[in-house]
Design a protein around this ligand. Sequence first.
Ligand code: SF4
Length: 92
Amino acid sequence: MGFDSLRTDPMKSINWHIHRNGCPHYREHWPKGTDLEAGEPLYQVFCGMNTPPASTEEQSRCLTAKNGCWRYARRSQKQPGAECEDAVFPNL
Ligand code: SF4
């Protein structure tokens, strides 16, 4: 199996890729020897803020968030007292 063990810290491991124009907290790992027919994922995504993207649309936003998390930018644009639209991460 080509996956790192659970003891690997994606934020410190050289095996986890940083995207030049992406969020500084975003990491991506493409392990060698992935067995897709066995159900192993093609690649892994890690968010150093513990709020990983939950869809390909959100992942696209992470990959262009060079100046910081788009979740916080969106929240700061909301009116005071407005409900958070992030159902997955309602505490943001
Ligand atoms: S969810 Fe936010 S903090 Fe996490 S990787 Fe994406 S942009 Fe970065």
